[in-house]
Design a binder for this molecule. Structure first.
Ligand code: PMP
Length: 436
């Protein structure tokens, strides 16, 4: 099918995510991907694009990693699917054992599978709420969450979200949460923590859990905050004996330089949500890891079970691929690669802010680097002008409003990383200097 025919059909029928469709249909020439390999995407017109965000943060080992493709095909040739209802299989069982061993402090040995980041969070929310309902604290039904938090798309995950433009329209449908300021505010994390602590102390019988994106508030604009905040929240939740949920859907599996962002902070949460990188960009797959204590709270009669489970939860294809993802991380020393490349990312973004007028707030952690071009938030357009300039240079650099960032494959070859950083700098320069 011709490129133009794909686009025509798309514009007639496909409703795109996070997209103002009128403008898209009227004016956007989308990438039409026909092939992907490593850090690159190929358009049907033959143009090669460097994928600056690993296709929405999933392809941490690059596109079409041969070992992942082989694991998928081999599993598909045996049995592609079975439910996990009274059934198990080696990929799910062995993956759970491996994730348990890798979990922070080795202390989250119980693994509940689902489909994506939002469901991994939804599971954690329900586990926390049900745990307290049936273990002597039925008043614990509220969650503390951070302004600027992003935890996913479902109504539960949206309820604990803190990005107004994504949640306000659904306001009447969302459950009540306690929002505290973002620990990433320039004034520092202490103000956010003071409110977490005060809320926990004032309402110890109401709070089911504190939920955080550890160290980076991703979708809000790559806002970094201090590990000390995470440690302080862990201590405060321990003091009143309530839960800490770590949503590592974005940060997990090496993005920040450690296996988990929680590890960087030396924190062990009660529940940890994983998706995206877990299946390396091959198919949707997620897991919520729980401590033995949380798991034990569901023991006893059938009325105490967790009545939750998606059709495809723990599916053999995803589990087989995820096991191979973990093996590739080991064999290719992916964390070592990030440690080596992270200083280069940091230096490049600092250089951009120093040398390009109007480019501010350089920040980096692990393989994430970001700057701002304005202060307009998610609906601002400056980042999109950089997107257009980058596209002309062969970069796919989708912004978060005014925030221009990279979150590429963790194993991106050095030459491609340099190409990416140079392209980001040139595109920012073009827009900031008014030629864009
Ligand atoms: N949690 C975090 C921290 C995320 O960044 C995202 C997605 N950007 C989600 C949850 C939701 O994941 P998914 O899109 O796979 O549902």
């Amino acid at each position: 099918m011709e490129r133009s025919e794909v686009v025509a059909r798309d514009k007639r029928h496909v409703w795109h995510p996070y997209t103002a469709m009128d403008a898209y249909i009227a004016g956007t020439d989308p990438l039409v991907v026909v092939e992907a390999e490593g850090p690159y995407l190929w358009d049907a017109d033959g143009t090669r694009y460097l994928d600056a965000n690993g296709s929405w943060w999933v392809s941490t080992l690059g596109h079409r990693h041969p070992r992942l493709v082989r694991a998928l095909v081999e599993q598909a040739g045996r049995f592609p699917h079975t439910s996990l209802a009274g059934v198990t299989h080696a990929p799910a069982a062995r993956l759970a054992e491996e994730l348990a061993a890798l979990s922070p402090g080795g202390q989250l040995p119980r693994v509940f599978y689902s489909d994506n980041g939002s469901t991994a969070v939804e599971v954690a929310i329900k586990m926390a709420a049900q745990y307290w309902a049936q273990n002597g604290r039925p008043g614990r039904t509220r969650f503390i969450t951070l302004s600027g938090a992003f935890h996913g798309e479902t109504i539960g995950a949206t309820s604990v979200g803190g990005v107004e433009v994504f949640r306000d329209v659904f306001g009447p449908l969302l459950f009540d949460v306690v929002h505290v300021p973002s620990p990433a505010e320039p004034a520092g994390w202490e103000r956010a923590f003071a409110q977490v602590e005060a809320t926990l102390r004032a309402h110890p019988d109401e709070i089911a859990a504190v939920i955080v994106e550890p160290l980076i508030q991703g979708a809000a604009g790559m806002h970094l905050y201090a590990p000390a905040f995470l440690r302080a929240v862990r201590e405060a939740t321990r003091e009143v004996d309530t839960f800490l949920i770590a949503d590592e859907v974005f940060t997990g599996l090496g993005r920040t330089g450690a296996r988990f962002a929680c590890d960087l902070a030396g924190v062990v949460p009660d529940l940890l949500c994983l998706a995206k990188a877990l299946s390396g960009g091959l198919l949707p797959f997620a897991a919520t890891l729980a401590t033995e204590r949380v798991f034990a709270g569901f023991g006893g009669g059938p009325e105490r079970a967790l009545y939750y489970g998606h059709s495809y939860c723990g599916n053999p294809l995803g589990a087989a691929v995820a096991r191979e993802v973990l093996a590739v991380y080991r064999d290719e020393d992916v964390l070592g690669q990030v440690a080596r490349k992270a200083p280069r990312v940091k230096a490049a973004f600092e250089h951009m802010a120093q040398t390009i007028p109007g480019v501010t707030r350089p920040r980096a952690l692990g393989m994430v680097g970001a700057v701002d071009l304005g202060t307009g938030g998610y609906l601002a357009r400056a980042g999109w002008r950089v997107y257009e300039a980058a596209r002309r240079r062969g970069l796919y650099l989708r912004p978060l409003g005014d925030t221009v960032y990279i979150a590429p494959a963790l194993n991106i070859p050095d030459a491609a990383l340099e190409e990416l950083l140079a392209g980001v700098e040139a595109s920012l320069g073009e827009v900031a200097l008014g030629a864009g």
